[in-house]
Design a protein around this ligand. Sequence first.
Ligand code: ADP
Ligand code: MG
Length: 582
Amino acid sequence: MSHAMGKIVAGYGNMLTASFDTNVRQNEVAYVVSEQGRMKCEVIRVRDNLCYMQAFEDTRGVKVGDRVEFTKDLLIAELGPGLLGQIYDGLQNPLPKLAAECGLFLKRGVYLESLDRTTKWDYTPVAKVGDVVEAGDVLGTVPEGIFTHKVFVPFNFIGKAEVKKVVAPGSYGVAEVVAQVQDESGQLRDLNMIQEWPIKIALRHYKQRLLPVEPLVTGCRIIDTFYPVAKGGTACIPGPFGSGKTVLQQIISRYADVDVIIVAACGERAGEVVETLRDFPHLIDPYTGKTLMERTIIICNTSSMPVAAREASIYTAITLGEYYRQMGRGVLILADSTSRWAQALREMSGRLEEIPGEEAFPAYLQSRIADFYERAGLVDLQDGSQGSVSIIGTVSPAGGNFEEPVTQGTLAVVGAFLGLTWARSNARRFPAIDPLISWSKYPEQMKDTLDNIDPSWVRKIKDAQRLIYDGNEVKKRMDVVGEEGTSLGDFILQLKAEFLDAVFLQQNAFDPVDAANNMERQVYVFNKVDQLLKMEIPAKDKDDARDIFFKLTALFRNWNSSEWQKEDFQGYEKQINEFLGG
Ligand code: ADP
Ligand code: MG
């Protein structure tokens, strides 16, 4: 079958309508050929002999009658060695290269290869001549940064194939043939290190999905200790503008104990993305001492880019994540902010004149959000190893109103809800994750693993969460009846809750030591805090109690900014122990 051809018959913003001759399918890629060059589009609806396409670029200058070439291909991601360290736009164009070729103002119709063809990789064949292989089997490996990158038989390869030729170990580019196989129909096929996968279809080349039971350590105490996320799990961080979502995402991207981080930056502001691009490449990985970029991929869109590119970026990110999961890696996808993505869906739906749902979002918003988060997961791979994709997405509801559809649609499907509030960010209690509204379903699911880290951990955390609620109740009452109307016992209870918040839940993102804690330290510090919370405080009266907690808070804060097990750390701990013992 030859590819369909068509003509533009109408346009409305980034939505183009075209007529076509033979067949066109939903989600196939098409190019509009105009005086400006070739412009990439995706077919999003087919009706009789008309199709509606979203253009990935500015459509100015496109005219009725312009030629349309359909490709039959779905929107794909290019997979292979060399993805790590890249900065891509939503269509996986390498941005620095694009900027080098086109200058600061990106030209239309310029699409670059996602994987660099000139880089040579140190290839070691794994499959041997005579082996029978199928989709997802390992052909060979190359070192990529600090990992071994597996080169697979393409995941869309149909049936079994016999390996006929393999190259000698050596240095090859991604596009060079590294093996020849004969498929079931007898045809010979050359394979290189590149494969393509349609981004809107989940890569399910594993034996089975498993229930995630290992914690994903982010370095952030209120998350890891209070509302943990599992490796292979999902979390959402909703918060109003300026409440600290981006700062939190950056902290997590730096410290999370995973192999690969993929940041999908659908920026609120263009400047935010620029900051990410400027700062990220210089950050040092706290685990390996190398640059953080070596284990990071950034997919970047600003709010000024066409909505379709923004919509694609989320899918590109998750596809790259699934690819590294196939290699037995732990991957974390950070999407900031998914509200921008949802707005792209709303805009496109509006142009298609679909019947709108709540707040003009399309009725299928909830199912799109669910489809995205469902691509996370811990899986058992064909070779017996495990890989995981975890997703943490931010949501930026207008006015901080969590009742809106994107927040609600997200919290219905994620495993942890880390809600940021203005009440906390205005009080400069950072990270502004509000313990009164946040929750995680993972402590129950991970109970055995957590209690292995520390016996009765889950129970102790529940006690501490209870204290936060109780302290808040006392505080609310005290705001009405005043301190005089509050018993010394209640007063101390409220001070204890404040203390827990101040020295454990709050964390200074700009202090090199306090910014992130490993789990060992979190457990160690929490146990001291817990001991203190459960002891009888020797206070004569309220002023005395206030004084004691004032000093304790300062002491613990100093302890928090002292390097783990160094002299200062031990010095402060000694003072803490004296208080606990005497
Ligand atoms: P959002 O992405 O939610 O709009 P940002 O992450 O850009 O918000 O944060 C807004 C501002 O709040 C930051 O520029 C910073 O001054 C402050 N802030 C956020 N998080 C922290 C933190 N953990 N520690 C200290 N200040 C913070
Ligand atoms: Mg932000």
